[in-house]
Design a protein around this ligand. Sequence first.
Ligand code: ST9
Ligand code: NDP
Length: 515
Amino acid sequence: MASISDYYAGKSVLITGATGFMGKVLVEKLLRSCPEVHALYILVRPKAGQSMQERVKDMMKCKVFDRVREENPDFHKKIVPISSELTQPGLAISPEDVEKLTACVNIVFHCAATIRFDEPLKHALQLNVIATQQLLSLAQQMHHLEAFIHVSTAYANCNRRHIDEVIYPPPVEPKKLIDSLEWLDEGIVRDITPRLIGDRPNTYTYTKALAECVVQQESTKLNIGIIRPSIVGASWQEPFPGWIDNFNGPSGVFIAAGKGILRTMRANNDAVADLIPVDVVINLTIAAGWYTAVHRPKSVLVYNCTTGGINPFHWGEIEHHVMSSFKRNPLEQAFRRPNANITSNYLINQYWILVSHKFPALIYDLFLRLSGQKPQMMRIFNRLHKAIGLLEYFSSQDWEWNSENMSMLMSQLTPEDKKTFNFDVRQLNWPEYIENYCIGTKKYVLNEDMSDIPAARQHLRKLRNIRYTFNTILLVFIWRVFIARSQMARNIWYFVVSLCFKFLSYFKASSTLTN
Ligand SMILES: CCCCCCCCCCCCCCCCCC(=O)SCCNC(=O)CCNC(=O)[C@H](O)C(C)(C)COP(=O)(O)OP(=O)(O)OC[C@H]1O[C@@H](n2cnc3c(N)ncnc32)[C@H](O)[C@@H]1OP(=O)(O)O
Ligand SMILES: NC(=O)C1=CN([C@@H]2O[C@H](COP(=O)(O)OP(=O)(O)OC[C@H]3O[C@@H](n4cnc5c(N)ncnc54)[C@H](OP(=O)(O)O)[C@@H]3O)[C@@H](O)[C@H]2O)C=CC1
């Protein structure tokens, strides 16, 4: 049987979401490990005042492409950008481009989505469900389509504890919801959203579940595979360890903890932290594309792309390794020394928020005001609290995913492909991965230089000395207040001092005797 790279040779691939975190890794890996691929058509929209062309040019300068750039400086010639706004009718693809795509695309990878947890339902529905529907219609017009791979999330069915590799009945018939939301105004939709999403935590997981249903409805006409990654983190090995370019999911939490801003968060120490490296997800996605096209399974194959059932690691362990990693490789200009603790207890968490977040923020803002600067720390903490509030649902509980299809797919690969498209998470060494992840946030998200680590360590020592001084002053102050006001405090103080004195005299006397 043809190897994966042989299969992709001469093929034209369509990718949505190519400018995103996972999309970039997918484009890079296809270009590097399937060098004979014919063309990668990527759907890109103009954004933030940049044209589509400018965005693609910028994207190709990204560090993630350094390795493929070195191996093949002309790699960009295989990338064909197509202007598209997925929330528009017909995906806003021009008729000429539609013609081009329908004539030559062989495999579609649908990665685009809004992954924000606070997205208004209408917008999340538009992008995650309606755009998926439209892409499926376009796919049906493609004359040479061999596989359609839809990227979903392992949390699409997070209202269940045990999640099999099946498409569950949707919470509501997508078409009915689309029709009814069409004529409702934003305010009403916002009000009824909690009732609609029911036992799911946000519009993201809700709309991703609906999207799976939409995909299934087309499964008789197309060859489809669904990838369900859990919490996608920095790369494990490729293109280089620790590559990450955003604050999503745990990355923002790690950074906030490394900067000494985040000191407490609600999470269950013993719950499995189902992180999955981005390169593992992409290797599985490419392999699933190959398998779907070559084996043409009779029904949609769902791949739960998770680590918990195979090589579990827990939030408590993550906390430990993140903290020790940031102590070894500190971030620059930390607010305080990194020392974050997770707890599942609501009251303890609230106590530490008050003492370790709000109180220092207040003091720092006071200092900024007094020195004529604009206060900012409280604002940063408010944003942080909003973000971690949205993540707590996922860090406070456990899920069990069946990942048999992942194992089945692995068994189908040739020994060479198992190495090139490695998604065997049994080999993942968590402490090493977390260390590289933390270094990756420093290098690639914050753009900090590793050569500045001695200065960052020096800064942490300075913070430690400030803390000791502050604590000593506080202690003396409290003590002075007590001594001045209470006879009992004075008596205790004299008692403790005389006790210390007696002990000292005793040890002095006994050491003189032994000599
Ligand atoms: C020691 C530690 C131990 C750790 C243990 C616990 C760890 C728990 C981690 C649990 C993770 C669970 C994830 C579950 C994933 C589900 C998987 C998926 O399918 S889906 C994938 C998962 N999907 C997600 O993760 C999406 C979650 N994110 C959101 O929904 C939104 O970003 C938001 C609502 C949090 C903030 O909205 P809004 O206020 O409108 O703010 P904007 O978005 O406009 O960003 C403004 C600026 O802030 C920046 N920044 C952003 N986030 C953070 C952060 N956490 N922090 C810091 N900074 C952050 C951002 O870069 C931007 O910077 P700039 O450009 O201005 O310079
Ligand atoms: N990251 C994670 O932890 C997980 C992600 N997933 C899934 O993986 C997929 C990719 O996620 P990830 O790479 O992290 O997400 P990103 O937010 O990094 O990327 C999203 C992509 O979708 C594109 N996009 C968004 N809106 C539009 C639009 N209106 N028109 C055209 N393109 C649009 C973005 O383009 P632009 O650059 O123009 O904004 C971007 O390329 C998603 O389907 C997500 O649900 C699943 C599990 C976990």
